[in-house]
Design a protein around this ligand. Sequence first.
Ligand SMILES: Nc1ncnc2c1ncn2[C@@H]1O[C@H](COP(=O)(O)OP(=O)(O)OP(=O)(O)O)[C@@H](O)[C@H]1O
Length: 331
Amino acid sequence: MIKIDGSYGEGGGQILRTSVSLSAVAGEEVTIKNIRKNRPHPGLKPQHMRSIETAALICEAEVEGLYPGSTEIRFSPLEIRGTDATIDIGTAGSIPLLIQCIMPLASVSSGSIKLSIMGGTDVAWSPSVDYLENVTLGALSHMGYRAKLETIARGYYPKGGGIVELTIEPASLTGYDFLRRDEHIYGISHASNLPEHVAKRQAGSAEEILREKGFDCKILVDSSKYLSTGSGINLWSGFIGSVALGERGLPAEKVGSRAAEEIAASLLSGAAVDSHLADQLIPFMGIAGSGSFTTTELTGHLRTNIWVTEQFLDVKFDLKEADGLASVCIR
Ligand SMILES: Nc1ncnc2c1ncn2[C@@H]1O[C@H](COP(=O)(O)OP(=O)(O)OP(=O)(O)O)[C@@H](O)[C@H]1O
């Protein structure tokens, strides 16, 4: 049995998600204690419970300690099988973070995994669905990962109500050396239950800043009426993305400029992948057993995900910092 101290490094929800998923990949039971110890309200929240339940459904795992506020669980996986299920995270719990929990184990499944998931699609402190689709899944496709994601409805904090349909096919992952790609910047500026000019102004200010900095960009505008109210903008170019969300009282131009400044800074750094994709690639590189990238910095999430992955898989990551960039590879 593998024992994980959830207070290690970042000490948040990601240790839990990666541990559960890689426990199924490795076929080893895991005990995780001190869950989310470094967060203001430690222990399991409903969204973490739903992630663990979904992982357990796919790999027929027995789980102990699964209740709100729990700081220790035992997860005993069996076989990873094809699954067709509907999952309701409730309110605006992040759909992309639930998907993050099942992505590594789904890739080694014996059959297709089809999920219809309800919750939040564009929520703070997590990848948006557009980021997941265009940056994360786009990058993983180079390693042989096979998934299709469709956003049926967007869900914003606090009401949620977003719906995403996801299919992941079994795949044999191979290592990939991620190199900087100089591509057009694409984007989507979205708003729900807000005046039409909100999404347009977000896009307009992002375009203006990016053009001033010499980047070509094409940003779609999506103004809709879903269950919840909110707005945001996603930008991506190759393995680099940025996400900004609207807030009450925050001008739409500011939302657009935040996303534009963030992606411009990552692109101008010369890194191959952005700092969020960097931590998200780690479990897949571990499964593939090889690969490399450069990124802007060695974040807490990146170092923590490397540590967790090394606890489950027989791999060793090599980290270096030089010329203002961080590089990560599996020897
Ligand atoms: N703006 C963003 N764009 C893309 N990915 C993001 C963004 N913000 C956060 N992420 C990703 O979301 C994940 C968040 O992990 P974290 O451990 O903080 O989990 P959490 O469940 O949100 O937090 P906690 O449960 O500890 O409150 C990381 O993989 C991180 O890279």
